[in-house]
Structures are given as structure tokens and as C-alpha cells.
Design a protein around this ligand. Structure first.
Ligand code: FAD
Length: 554
């Protein structure tokens, strides 16, 4: 089975409406998607409902690292460092094209918060705890070596650097691949289905949900033996509906990222550097861009309306300009930005950046299981804990048993690569093929990272003699996503399947009209449907560009 297509969605919904599922999952972020794959691969009948598009929440707005959480070492959260550190290697193996090794440079500067000895020791401990092996082990660099590794660092203040291993991914793509893998194991996953309330049995236990289909405009109900909420920043809203928002609650912390064209911040090397307030910032090259983040500020507003502002932008630009004094980034250089919310578990008396990133499970008296907190990196382990818990309930209630977790051995694509070397060879082949159309070179790592061995399915739809090969490629990519990746609205593709909204804004501005026309034809839109979709796209572009257009400091 695969994810639904626009043509099969209604039929799949009707079937789901008349099924009592073993497990119903609310939320199509990485946590919900991970649970769906784990449960379905153990033999449970699974339904997943997402109110907006898959990965609409935090899972498309992170720093996009599968990382060992070096900062948690600073907080002495050894258990978390161990778990996420070891998970990195597993997730990399499951999708080496999508989760790629990225060496991170930690500069040591005069007046900075890291000393040479303490950093060397810290990174060594990190390697031990996180189980880091071989070439991934940390290396300490002299000032000269650090400057060679990254010439944009300040030669006047650099004392040396630590070089250690991280993994870079695309959070939304990771979520989509998990959902596709879950669907291959029989899970039914729907976007644009918002859970509005719960259904209860006579004994007041949760029996399923009432939902609203934003695609058709119809209400619908689903039943299941167990219900899990993996609604990220919205977990407390659902606990509220379930009348179980007691005890520990969520604390939302906003994190902003900026994207600039690579030529404006031409880093050779990803870097993780400290800023005067004691926090750490990443600057990460990615295809034609470099992105910078993140901030960490308390957020009390509506989780659906989180956005970056002038203060966020100025904070990040100042941090970059202080570390790389030759780049002189200004607001005009910012092509795009995004803001996301960390659903942290509230700890009285602690600041946002001090609060633990551990996940937490709540179970309400009516049986609603909620999971929040945690990391993209730890999605598999979070899923395992939840599904173990549900399997245990089945065993106790009806003696029904399910397999143990085996997601560490389920590749996240149906045509997997064996390792990073295979990915590299494949990427070279794509580079050669793309020369046929004289497309910019970054499209090879882009296609390979996003679609892996399915890239030829996309390329096959580009005419050999295309007048506008870039537009033809993007439209071919859209066609693939409409068929394979449950795309219903332009932003599903622009933002969460292709990442164009963040990492290829100039191309998006060029192809926006033909993209919208493709949707109009595909979904037979009326003029008013077309105009509202166009307005939504324009609004998203304006929001992404807000960091560039907000007035400058002073
Ligand atoms: P979400 O992705 O928010 O998913 C919850 C989903 O539930 C949403 O899509 C939402 O629409 C849906 N939903 C809500 N209410 C309903 C309803 N009523 N009905 C149906 N659906 C509903 N982690 C890392 O490992 N590496 C990083 O580099 C990293 N960087 C980060 C940077 C920032 C700025 C932030 C904010 C977080 C970062 N994280 C990182 C953490 C990581 O992104 C999150 O832990 C993870 O994405 C949370 O996923 P989730 O599925 O729990 O929540």
C-alpha cells in the first residue's frame, strides 16, 4: 500500500470510517509518523490524522539535524546524549541519502565560552557516551588548521577548533518518508483531517475521535481501541478537549532560522558557535544556501501563527557577523526564514534554553495517551516507547500480542541505498544526467536527498528539448508528489515536499504561476478556489520573507 492519491482519498476515508482501528494517532509530525510506522510494522491496524499537511508543525521547522545533542552534555543529560547519539547512526543507516554526515566546526575564540582543554574533553566524553566510531570521532584543530577548514573565521581571535560529526536531514522529508513506509505496512494516513473532539465508550474510555475534513468540508468520525496524541505544540489543546490538562503542561519556545544565498555566507564548513548570551548558533551550508539558527524565546501566542520578527533576525545576523567578520550580512541578504515551536515540558524556574528536551508521556483517566517534547533525532525511540505501552495494554486487555519493535531495520524508502558511498556514486550519476538540461549543479544533491532512487521517475517527465528546464523539472517533481506523497495544496509541495519556500526562493518566484495552474487543472478548481490558493501561496512567501522586509535596527 502507499499513501492515498487525490483520486483514492475519498474511498480510503470511507473504508477507514467503518473500521475499528487498533491505534489512532493524532498528529502527522515526525513523532506521529514514527509511531505509525512502528505500530503498523508490528501488525497493528493504524490510522493517523493530521489537521493540516503532514509535517506542518515543528517537524518542518527545526534545525534539520539528526544530532547527538552536544548541548545536553553541558546540561549533564547523559541519558539523552546516549540515546540520541546512538540513534543518529541508526537513522543514517535507514536513509543515507536523506540523513547525511555533516562535520561540525566548533570554533574556540578569545573571550569565548569554550576553552581548548574543556572542549577537547567534552567532545571526547560526547564520543564515548554517544558511541561515536571511526572517522566520526572528534578532532581538535590548531588556530591555523581551523582557519584552513573555515577561512571566514576571525583570524584575530581564533585559538583553534573542535571538529565533530553531526547529520543533516530534511525534517519534513523524513516525516513523509516515515509516513510512506508506514503506509507500505498498511497504515492509513490522512492530512487535512482535524480532530475536533473525542468519542467515549459507556465506561468513559476514549473510543475514537470526531474529526473535520478540511479537504471536503465534511465532518467524519473514526473509532479505535487506543488513541495517541502526538500533536506537538498542540498536545495541551487536545488534553483540554479530553478534560485532562492537569499536572505537567507544555511550555512553547520559539526558534527562528534565516536563509541566505550561499554566496553571501560562503562557508566551506558547517559551524556551531557561541554567542555572548551563552547560547549556541548553527550556520549550515545546504545546496545553494546557508541557513542560520536558532533563537530560543518563550512563546505564548497561537501555535498556528508563529513567525519570525525583526528582533529574531537582528539577533541571528549579529551573531553571524561577529563570528565571520568579513561577511557583513544585512537584512537585504535574507532570502527566507522560518519559525517553529519546541513543545517543551514546563519546569518552573528554568529558562527556555535550560529546559530539558526529553520527551514525556501522559495518560489521561479516559485513556488518551499523549506524547510531547523530545527531538526529531529520537523519533524512533519515542515511537518504540509508545507502541510498547499500547502493545502491553492489548496483552493485558485481551491477551493479544504484537511483534517487538524492529524499526531499526526498516529502511525509510522502498529502494534503499546501502551506505553513504552508494549515495555519492548515485549523486554523481545524477549530476551527469542533469547536464543534459544545463540545470544548476545543486539539483543533483537536492534530488538525491529528497527522492533518492526515485529521482529518475521525476527526470523521465522532463522533455529533452525543454525551453525552460528548471520549470519543467519542478513541474515534474510536483507530478511525482501528487502521485506518491499526498499533496493536496500548493504549499504542501512548495514548503514540505520540496522545501523551495526556504531553500530555493528565486525559483519559487519564477515558477509560482505555472505551479498554481497545474493545481487548477489537476483539481478542477473554480476561479475562487484558484484565487484563495494563490493568496495562500503569496501569504506564505511574504511570511518567509518577513525577516528580510522587517525594518532594520536603528
Ligand atoms: P509536530 O511536528 O509539531 O507535529 C504535531 C502535529 O500535530 C502537527 O503537524 C499538527 O498540525 C498536528 N495536530 C495538532 N492538533 C491536531 C488536531 N487537533 N488534529 C490533527 N492533527 C493535529 N530536533 C532535532 O532532533 N534536531 C534538530 O535540529 C532540531 N531543531 C529544532 C529547532 C527548532 C527551532 C525547534 C522548534 C525544534 C527543533 N527540534 C530538533 C525538535 C524537533 O523538531 C521536534 O521535537 C519534533 O519536530 C516534534 O515533532 P512532533 O511530531 O512531536 O510535533
Amino acid at each position: 500500500m502507499s499513501l492515498y492519491t487525490p483520486d483514492t482519498r475519498q474511498h480510503a476515508l470511507l473504508q477507514s470510517e467503518s473500521t475499528e482501528f487498533d491505534l489512532l494517532i493524532i498528529g502527522g509530525g515526525v513523532t506521529g509518523a514514527g509511531i505509525a510506522l512502528d505500530a503498523a510494522s508490528r501488525g497493528m491496524q493504524v490510522l493517523l490524522l493530521e489537521k493540516n499537511d503532514f509535517a506542518y508543525g515543528t517537524s518542518s521547522r527545526s534545525t534539520k539535524l539528526i544530532h547527538g545533542g552536544l548541548r545536553y552534555l553541558k546540561q549533564l543529560d547523559i541519558g539523552l546524549v546516549r540515546e540520541v547519539g546512538r540513534e543518529r547512526a541508526t537513522v543514517h543507516q535507514l536513509a543515507p541519502h536523506l540523513v547525511r554526515s555533516e562535520k561540525m566546526l566548533l570554533p574556540l575564540v578569545q573571550g569565548g565560552s569554550f576553552g581548548k582543554l574543556s572542549t577537547s574533553l567534552g567532545l571526547w566524553v560526547y564520543d564515548q557516551v554517544a558511541g561515536v566510531r571511526g572517522a566520526d570521532k572528534r578532532r581538535m584543530l590548531s588556530a591555523q588548521e581551523a582557519l584552513k577548514q573555515e577561512p571566514l573565521l576571525d583570524a584575530n581571535t581564533i585559538l583553534g577548533a573542535g571538529l565533530y560529526a553531526e547529520y543533516r536531514t530534511d525534517d519534513a522529508r523524513l516525516t513523509i518518508e516515515l509516513l510512506k513506509a508506514a503506509a507500505r505496512h498498511g497504515a492509513q494516513c490522512f492530512n487535512y483531517l482535524e480532530v475536533t473532539d473525542f468519542l467515549y465508550r459507556a465506561n468513559r474510555r476514549v473510543a475514537g475521535v470526531k474529526a473535520f475534513d478540511h479537504h471536503s468540508g465534511n465532518p467524519i468520525q473514526f473509532t479505535a481501541k487506543y488513541t495517541v496524541s502526538a500533536a506537538g505544540p498542540w498536545v495541551d489543546q487536545l488534553r483540554e478537549k479530553n478534560k485532562s490538562r492537569q499536572g505537567k503542561t507544555l511550555f512553547l519556545s520559539k526558534g527562528v532560522h534565516l536563509v541566505v544565498a550561499r554566496e553571501h555566507l560562503p562557508l566551506q564548513q558547517a559551524a556551531y558557535f557561541d554567542v555572548p548570551d551563552g547560547r549556541m548558533i548553527f550556520a549550515i551550508p545546504r545546496n545553494r544556501c546557508t541557513y542560520i539558527g536558532t533563537t530560543d524565546t518563550p512563546y505564548q501566542g497561537n501555535p498556528d501563527q508563529v513567525r519570525s520578527n525583526e528582533a529574531d533576525r537582528n539577533y541571528l545576523l549579529k551573531a553571524v557577523n561577529a563570528t565571520f567578520p568579513e561577511v557583513h550580512l544585512t537584512a537585504e541578504h535574507v532570502e527566507s526564514s522560518w519559525a517553529g515551536l519546541r513543545p517543551l515540558i514546563h519546569e518552573p524556574g528554568k529558562s527556555a534554553s535550560e529546559m530539558s528536551r526529553k520527551d514525556e508521556i501522559f495518560e489521561s483517566p479516559s485513556g488518551l495517551i499523549s506524547i510531547a517534547g523530545g527531538k526529531l533525532t529520537g523519533y524512533r525511540k519515542m515511537a518504540e516507547r509508545i507502541v510498547d505501552m499500547v502493545a502491553d495494554k492489548f496483552r493485558k486487555a485481551s491477551n493479544q500480542t504484537f511483534d517487538v519493535c524492529h524499526t531499526a531495520h526498516i529502511p525509510l524508502t522502498d529502494q534503499p541505498f546501502a551506505n553513504a558511498a552508494e549515495v555519492q556514486t548515485y549523486e554523481h550519476q545524477l549530476t551527469e544526467i542533469l547536464k543534459n538540461w544545463q540545470l544548476p549543479a545543486f539539483y543533483a544533491p537536492y534530488l538525491c536527498g529528497n527522492y533518492g532512487r526515485h529521482s529518475p521517475d521525476i527526470l523521465a517527465n522532463i522533455p529533452q528539448e525543454s525551453e525552460n528546464p528548471e520549470e519543467a523539472l519542478i513541474l515534474a517533481e510536483l507530478e511525482y508528489c501528487l502521485q506518491q506523497e499526498a499533496v493536496l495544496r500548493p504549499l504542501d509541495f512548495i514548503n514540505r515536499r520540496s522545501g523551495m519556500l526556504y531553500f530555493n526562493m528565486p525559483a519559487l518566484l519564477r515558477v509560482q504561476d505555472p505551479l498554481l495552474e497545474t493545481f487548477r487543472a489537476r483539481f478542477n478548481w473554480s476561479d475562487s478556489e484558484f484565487h484563495s490558493a494563490k493568496t495562500a501561496v503569496e501569504h506564505a512567501i511574504q511570511q518567509a520573507q518577513i525577516a528580510a522586509t522587517a525594518p532594520s535596527e536603528g
